[in-house]
Design a protein around this ligand. Structure first.
Ligand SMILES: *Cc1c(COP(=O)(O)O)cnc(C)c1O
Length: 473
């Protein structure tokens, strides 16, 4: 069996897949945005494929294309108004292919110095953008916001308890407490679970009218913490909540964190990209005072999945949290002014995650990102306006393109939102989600696609209007 295949078979395969992939990229809008899901049918389809002897390349590839085209929500579709899953940009896509061909191993600097240095450079650039000083920042690429938030919790533990690396939680006398808003992402709970804290260590703080963490409530919770003989570990502010795009008062929270001398992490998984837009960047005021930041490039920077950045203003903490010395790993880093990613991260063997961001910047530049992020924010404004003009009530307040809305007269009717949403899914023309705001199940639409244009918004609004009319008849 020739794993490389014959050169002619490789060429035929590449030609065939490029044609198919390019067809999908050009004509994404022609696909039904969400399919009917029939688990039995999908499992049967997968089971039909023989894994025994291989050899039929064309059939193999065809079965994968069929699976991906028929049995998936088409998140790259311009009328997917969904959950921060972008249409992947072209530079990001080809980065995946390039990284796979060369397959550099980024665990140790000396195996892939170019790749590691590219990632180091990109992390510095983002640290500077977010307002950390040049010589006082560090960071690492992660698989996603979940890993980055988990990294933050582990760093906060190692920061607070100097003995943590050796004795873990057994060395702490009181329960460490994580504070975040009720609207924070549940990866915070997951991080608490997997760090050995348990999610009882997370105290969700109520939110104010604008769905931002309520600072007064945070101060009360911190006081209670001392009374209960627990130990405040960290405060997590969210810059762009998953549900409603709310941005916590980062400056205000940073002062509280400073007064209590605890770690301040900002989960900017989605909203961090606002820093790239000249019209939005002031929304992130105060992020520069944080100790660490989570930023997902695989959301609003539109690179393919598996690309997040963890940044910290503490230059020692990643090493203290993750370094391990081994007999067998290359030791060059000890002599040079460099860091080995494996001793700096939850991951060991690592792929060239950062190439997707680097090549995107080489292709489009910061200027291109300024345009596209500002464009998407503008589409969000337009959608808000169109919805209001058509009798829908906007229930959230954010400059980011996340819109939660209802019909004031019918929002309390439980069937209203559910029925209309079902109809929209059945029509397979658009995809929006549902999210509770102030005890009302609202529709939630987010501009996740840089190609979404005004006519896509009009089609969504008109579909919503029609379904509302039919429901009320
Ligand atoms: C998406 C998201 C996460 C989780 O990130 P993944 O990349 O999905 O792992 C965490 N926090 C916020 C605010 C998010 O929007």
């Amino acid at each position: 069996m020739q794993f490389d295949l014959k050169k002619s078979d490789r060429k035929a395969t590449l030609d065939a897949i490029l044609e198919r992939l390019e067809g999908y990229y050009d004509d994404t809008a022609k696909f039904p945005v969400s399919p009917d899901i029939d688990v039995k049918e999908i499992k049967a389809f997968i089971n039909e494929q023989s894994l025994q002897s291989g050899g039929n390349y064309a059939a193999a590839i065809e079965s994968v294309f069929k699976g991906l085209e028929e049995y998936a929500v088409h998140t790259p579709h311009p009328k997917y108004f969904g959950l921060f899953n972008p249409r992947p940009n072209f530079a990001g896509i080809i980065s995946e292919l390039i990284a796979a061909y060369y397959n550099p191993q980024l665990a140790a600097w000396s195996h892939a110095p170019f790749a590691v240095e590219v990632e180091t450079k990109i992390i510095k650039e983002f640290a500077n953008l977010f307002g950390y000083s040049n010589d006082k920042s560090d960071g690492v690429f992660c698989s996603g916001g979940n890993e980055a938030n988990q990294t933050a919790v582990l760093c906060a533990l190692n920061h607070k308890y100097p003995d943590f690396a050796r004795n873990g939680l057994l060395g702490t006398k009181k329960r460490p407490i994580i504070f975040c808003s009720k609207e924070a992402h549940h990866s915070v709970h997951k991080a608490a679970k997997t760090a050995g804290l348990g999610y009882n260590s997370v105290i969700p703080i109520p939110v104010d009218e604008d769905l931002k963490l309520d600072a007064a409530e945070l101060s009360i919770a911190l006081d209670n913490c001392r009374k209960n003989n627990t130990d405040p570990l960290m405060i997590i502010g969210t810059a762009g909540t998953t549900g409603t795009g709310a941005i916590d008062d980062l400056e205000g929270i940073s002062k509280i964190a400073k007064n209590h001398n605890i770690w301040f992490h900002v989960d900017a998984a989605y909203g961090g990209a606002a820093i790239l837009s000249h019209t939005l960047k002031n929304q992130l005021k105060g992020i520069e005072y944080s100790n660490s930041i989570t930023f997902d490039a695989h959301k609003w920077m539109s690179v393919p999945m598996g690309t997040s950045i963890f940044i910290t203003s503490d230059t020692d903490i990643l090493g203290r949290t993750f370094s391990i010395s081994t007999q067998y790993m290359p030791k060059d880093a000890e002599k040079l002014e460099i860091k080995d990613p494996f001793s700096h991260s939850i991951q060991w063997s690592r792929r060239f995650i950062g190439l997707k961001v680097y090549l995107s910047l080489l292709f489009y530049g910061w200027d291109g990102y300024d345009d596209i992020i500002s464009h998407q924010a503008h589409m969000g404004e337009l959608l808000r306006k169109k919805l209001s003009q058509n009798g829908w009530t906007i229930m959230n307040n954010t400059a980011l393109p996340v819109i939660c809305f209802t019909d004031e007269k019918h929002g309390k009717d439980e069937n209203f939102t559910k029925t209309i949403l079902e109809k929209i899914y059945q029509s397979q023309k658009s995809w929006i989600s549902i999210y509770p705001v102030k005890n009302i199940n609202t529709f939630r639409a987010c501009i996740t696609n840089y190609n979404t244009a005004e006519n896509d918004l009009d089609e969504l609004v008109s579909e919503l209007n029609n379904e509302r009319k039919k429901y009320l008849k």
